[in-house]
Design a protein around this ligand. Structure first.
Ligand code: PLP
Length: 392
């Protein structure tokens, strides 16, 4: 057996299964052959093609603005906790995870049996799909949206009812409601939505929940919610406290800047948590170092505020600069901005990459769009300068 080929095909499978986001440049260069700066479609569905640059040389990228990462993290306190906890690596994470669950339960105003930890929110997204769609059925979500959960559901035999966003890129909750049928296992709402950056107001989510939740559970992916000025006023966790059958997931990858450390969690009714725990042990995927880092980061409110403020500054800057270049960026509530472009997606991504700037591209309804993540101010300036040179 040729182990190197097997390893390579396994890596390729894993990268694709992880939503196609190539997280390791060395893996990317290992599995993806020439040409340099080629593009590969990730998701193919009725409305969207999603492109990202395959970059082969670490040094080629000066501004990594393609995966909605936080350039400032992890917080110094998290890094210190990670270093210190390495010596606990001989033990399973039981005691650290207990501490973390209690902290999160207190923060969210729920009981500890309503919180489930996982290695990033991807794990929660995929395992919820397993738990709810094992026997088929369908999942309703907006399109375009973030598709980890949907893709796993489809892979195990469920179908996807993709409901186009409205012309203003908001969720068409009425159409989503109309699409529910006896086979609907779950409604997925990404709020704020990736890749559009748009926010569905909590009032709209409350009204929608009250109409449909007796028929079907609702999953709210709040990966970017904590970047809002007032996250507490927009989270759907309050509906869970009121007894509704919602699953809300959060991640440490965004505001905490811990994407590579893989921590996330969900809040739900105790029955939902049990349902997933019966099937899989999500906690077993988390390292003690990541957990201790996340505990320290949760306490580091100053760092979270810094992330929020710096993200907002970068977002406002890039939005205004894109407008000056004659573009129409979609108002964003996240750490990325999506905007329509006037050239083929692949062409823009390749030209940007030649200047060392990595961004994402999409074809939505056949029309080209680019998505830029918020990086440091220096990175944003390089992005603007490069865009300006290409489109002016
Ligand atoms: C909306 C949304 N949900 C979930 C994730 C997955 O995040 P993680 O697995 O790093 O927690 C992402 C990643 O970009 C995302 O955009």
């Amino acid at each position: 057996m040729n182990t190197s080929i097997n390893r390579r095909s396994w890596l390729k499978q894993s990268a694709l299964a992880a939503g196609g986001i190539i997280t390791s440049m060395s893996v990317a260069s290992d599995i993806m052959a020439k040409p340099a700066f080629g593009m590969t479609p990730v998701y193919n569905n009725s409305l969207v093609e999603n492109y990202h640059v395959i970059f082969q040389e670490r040094d080629a990228i000066k501004a990594r603005l393609l995966a909605n990462e936080n350039p400032w993290g992890p917080s110094k306190k998290a890094i210190a906790a990670i270093a210190e906890s390495a010596s606990k690596g001989n033990r399973y994470v039981y005691s650290s995870s207990r501490v973390m669950v209690d902290m999160l339960a207190q923060k969210e105003g729920v009981s500890a049996d309503q919180v489930l930890l996982s290695a990033g929110s991807t794990d929660i997204l995929e395992k919820t799909a397993f738990a709810l769609c094992m026997k088929g059925g369908n999942v309703v979500s907006a399109d375009p949206s973030y598709l980890s959960l949907v893709k796993t559901a489809q892979a195990i035999g469920a179908t996807w009812k993709n409901i186009p966003l409205k012309a203003d890129y908001s969720h068409d909750l009425d159409a989503m409601e109309r699409s529910i049928d006896a086979d609907t296992k779950l409604i997925y709402i990404c709020n704020p939505n990736n890749p559009t950056g748009t926010l569905t107001s909590i009032d709209a989510i409350k009204a929608f929940t009250k109409k449909v939740n007796s028929k079907v559970p609702i999953f709210i992916d709040e990966a970017y919610l904590e970047l809002l000025d007032n996250p507490e006023s927009q989270t759907a966790v309050g509906l869970i406290r009121e007894g509704y059958d919602l699953i809300v997931c959060r991640t440490f990858s965004k505001i905490h800047g811990m994407a590579g450390l893989r921590i996330g969690y969900m809040v739900a009714k105790p029955e939902r948590v049990k349902m997933i725990q019966k099937l899989v042990r999500t906690e077993m995927g988390i390292s003690v170092t990541s957990l201790e880092g996340a505990i320290a980061s949760l306490k580091d409110v100053e760092f979270q505020e810094f992330s929020r403020k710096s993200t907002k500054e970068g977002r406002e800057y890039v939005t205004e600069e894109l407008k000056k270049l004659g573009m129409s960026p979609i108002p964003s509530y996240t750490n990325f901005v999506l905007f329509p472009i006037q050239m083929p997606v692949k062409e823009l991504l390749a030209k940007m990459m030649e200047k060392g700037v990595g961004i994402r591209g999409y074809e939505i309804n056949g029309k080209p769009f680019a998505r830029v993540s918020i990086g440091t101010m220096d990175e944003m300036k390089l992005f603007v300068k490069s865009m300006s040179a290409i489109v002016s």
